[in-house]
Design a protein around this ligand. Structure first.
Ligand code: C2O
Ligand code: CU
Length: 496
């Protein structure tokens, strides 16, 4: 679409959409589009899948096997995925606050892995440190991997028990591969899934539930002519002079692993648990032909009060917990979830068909959680995310495992000032934070609540108040653009 026709088109969506998109375009794009070689699937024909909820083998213990599988993603063709239990997305975990679980991960893939429960207040040895590897079961314990770097830190397991205390509020977490230098291609091949933590406080709210609560993992992929996932070799030639240094964007948008799916809904409120699991793509979510999202939660839990948005920016790693009221649309009509940052086919994400009326006893209460007093910070630290020559760095350095850039004390809070030269979705392991300022001004309307990932945009200064709770030990912060992450835009910190 030309700029003029795009504006005219947006005009019918109302002023808010136009204003939000007016400053968009290339400046909002955070990666490089990778063209596929398979004809694009037709949008809104594949029914929305909802990943299966996995069951414990006995109370508190789950067993998951990472393996290769062939699945039909684009109708009429099959794709090899690397999946938790052979599924993409992996199975969904339904967990409860204060009920610890162990997840035993067995690796039957041809490569080492490390699994991170993103948003989890995890002990350090269960946090998916990039060199804490689960080696392929077939290779035996002597296997040293074929990592580009051999880190003194590297530890190997055949099956690893990850322990999650889950001493944290209800929230949507997700899990994904975190292997040193290889996270981006391994997540692209399918190693990601969702986890919902519930608690009594959330149970007591009259929010939509059951079929009216939809976890939606949004990501983009490109396909080769044989149906396989297409992904560039970023390490080719042993340097990072790649065309994809900025990050890889796919041309097909998947929700729960299906291309541009369609879901029938009743004309009632629905709770959408939105996750951006893309490697590099940012989205600005909107509803066509119009409508609002009522945000009830952020990455790490429920908001104190709901906030209405016409559009929601969502960067890789972030989650938004929203309610959409489909009774606002005529029965028989369609409502499309779109990304106003993209043009062409990738502008669409998925479609809802409002199939029929139904009773609705759900509500969005004015108060969702009792707001906690904001802790005061004991210090301010600065983390600068920047490209130097052919590397992505934090405070001028590529990742050095075992060299912490900060040693915060357990039980304290600090201001971390995040500065940036590009789009860097900054993720902090273990510690949740609140965005307190952007460029010295108030945060965005969509920045509210406790978070673990924040969308830091080009030349921004974002202040977050980070609370160190739960565990002492070695953790990391990094850019969640997975190509930047693999190009060593990571750093350790140690909670003491
Ligand atoms: Cu979701 Cu360290 O990552
Ligand atoms: Cu980045």
């Amino acid at each position: 679409m030309t700029a003029v026709s795009r504006r005219a088109f947006l005009g019918v969506l109302g002023g808010a959409g136009l204003a939000a998109t007016g400053c968009g375009g290339r400046a909002e794009v955070s990666g490089e589009l990778l063209a596929g070689r398979l004809p694009l699937p037709r949008p809104f024909t594949v029914p929305l899948p909802v990943p299966e909820v996995t069951r414990p083998v006995r109370p508190g213990r789950y067993e998951v096997t990472q393996r290769v599988a062939r699945v039909e993603i684009v109708p009429g063709t099959t794709t090899e995925v690397w999946g938790y239990d052979g599924a993409f997305p992996g199975p969904t975990f339904e967990l409860r606050r204060g009920e610890p679980v162990t997840v035993a991960v067995r690796n039957e893939l041809p490569v080492p892995t490390s699994t991170h429960l993103h948003g989890g207040v995890n002990p350090p040895d269960s946090d998916g440190y990039p060199t804490d590897l689960v080696v392929p079961a077939a290779y035996g314990s002597g296997h040293q991997g074929h990592d580009r770097h051999r880190h003194a830190e590297t530890r190997h397991h055949l099956v690893k028990d990850y322990h999650y205390p889950l001493d944290q509020p209800a929230a949507m977490l997700w899990y994904h591969d975190h292997r040193m230098d290889h996270t981006a291609p391994q997540v692209w091949r399918g190693l990601a899934g969702m986890a919902l933590v519930r608690d009594a406080e959330e149970d007591a709210l009259p929010l939509p539930r059951g079929e009216r609560e939809l976890p939606l993992m949004i990501c983009d992929r490109s396909f080769d002519e044989d149906g396989s996932f297409r992904y560039p070799d970023l390490h080719a030639g042993g340097h990072f002079g790649s065309d994809y240094m900025e990050g890889v964007e796919g041309e097909v948008i998947l929700v729960n692993g299906a291309p541009w799916p369609v879901a029938e809904v009743t004309a009632t409120r629905h709770r959408l648990r939105l996750l951006n699991a893309s490697n590099a793509r940012r989205y600005r979510l909107a509803l066509t032909p119009g409508g609002r999202f009522t945000q009830i939660g952020s990455d790490a839990g429920l908001l104190a009060e709901p906030v209405a948005h016409d559009t929601i920016p969502i960067a890789p790693g972030e989650r938004y917990d929203v309610v959409v009221d489909f009774s606002a649309y005529p029965v028989g009509s369609t409502v499309t979830l779109v990304n106003t940052l993209a043009d062409g086919p990738a502008r669409n994400i998925m479609r809802f068909v409002v199939a029929r009326r139904a009773a609705d006893d759900s509500a969005v209460p004015r108060t969702l959680t009792s707001p906690e007093r904001r802790p005061s910070a004991v210090t301010t630290r600065r983390f600068d995310f920047r490209r130097t020559d052919a590397a992505w760095t934090i405070n001028g350095s590529s990742y050095r495992p075992g060299v912490p850039l900060a040693r915060p004390r357990l039980g304290t809070s600090e201001i971390w000032r995040l500065t940036s030269d590009f789009h860097h979705p900054v993720h902090v392991h273990l510690a949740h934070f609140q965005v307190v300022a952007r460029n010295g001004r108030s945060p965005l309307a969509s920045d509210g609540g406790w978070k673990d990932t924040v969308d830091v945009r080009p030349y921004e200064v974002v202040d977050v108040l980070v609370r160190f709770a739960g565990h002492r030990g070695r953790y990391m912060l990094h850019c969640h653009n997975l190509e930047h992450e693999d190009m060593a835009m990571m750093a350790d910190f140690e909670v003491i």
